[in-house]
Design a protein around this ligand. Structure first.
Ligand SMILES: [Zn+2]
Ligand SMILES: [Zn+2]
Length: 179
C-alpha cells in the first residue's frame, strides 16, 4: 500500500488539516509533523525560505511507503527569481510544498477567515499535486491547474480540475497506483 503523505512543517492547526484530508481523498493518507523550521533553506535578507531547497531535502527523507508527499507550512516561500510562491512541486515527481502564509487574510491586513483559508489551501494543494502527476498549467481560467500567482486569481479559479485535466489526472493516479 502506498500513501499520500501530508507533512506539516511549523504551525498548522489540526482543524485545517482535517478539512484538507477530507477533500484530498483519492489516496489513503498519512500525516507527519515537523516542528522545526528548515533553516538550511532560509534566505535571511528576504526572511523567506527557498521552496526548492526544502523539496530537495524532503526527497532525500521520503518514507518508503510514500506515493506523493505534500508539505504544508506557515513559512513564506520564494524562488531565486520569484518574490514569493504559494507552492511549488516537482513536475512528474513525488514532492510538493505549499505555504499558508499568503493564503491568510491577515497577510493582507484583513480579518481572519478560516473557511477561505482552507479553500485557498485546497486549491494550491490540488494544483501542486496535479504537477506531481505530470499536469502542466491549464488555459481554462476556472480550472485548478490555471496559473495563479496572486491571491485574486487564486480566488477567481475553481477548486477542481477541468474535464481535460481531470481525465489526465485520473489516468495517472490509476496507472501509478494500480499497475
Ligand atoms: Zn503551477
Ligand atoms: Zn484544466
Amino acid at each position: 500500500m502506498r500513501y499520500l503523505y501530508l507533512k506539516t512543517i511549523g504551525t498548522i492547526k489540526q482543524g485545517i488539516l482535517e478539512d484538507l484530508i477530507g477533500s484530498l481523498d483519492f489516496l489513503p493518507f498519512k500525516v507527519i509533523k515537523e516542528n522545526d523550521y528548515p533553516l538550511f533553506a532560509l534566505e535571511p535578507k528576504r526572511n523567506q525560505y527557498y521552496a526548492k531547497k526544502i523539496i530537495e531535502h524532503l526527497i532525500l527523507n521520503m518514507p518508503a511507503d510514500c506515493e506523493k508527499l505534500i508539505a504544508i507550512t506557515d513559512i513564506d516561500l520564494c524562488t531565486p527569481v520569484l518574490t514569493f510562491v504559494f507552492g511549488e512541486a516537482q513536475l512528474g515527481g513525488s514532492v510538493a510544498i505549499v505555504s499558508t502564509n499568503r493564503l491568510k487574510q491577515e497577510f493582507y491586513s484583513l480579518p481572519a477567515n478560516i473557511g477561505l483559508l482552507i479553500e485557498r489551501l485546497l486549491k494550491v494543494c490540488l494544483h501542486e499535486l496535479g504537477h506531481c502527476y505530470g499536469l502542466v498549467h491549464c488555459s481554462n481560467s476556472k480550472c485548478v491547474m490555471y496559473l495563479s500567482n496572486n491571491i485574486i486569481s487564486l480566488d477567481n479559479k475553481g477548486k477542481k480540475f477541468c474535464v481535460k485535466c481531470e481525465e489526465f489526472f485520473d489516468k495517472r493516479i490509476r496507472k501509478e497506483n494500480y499497475d
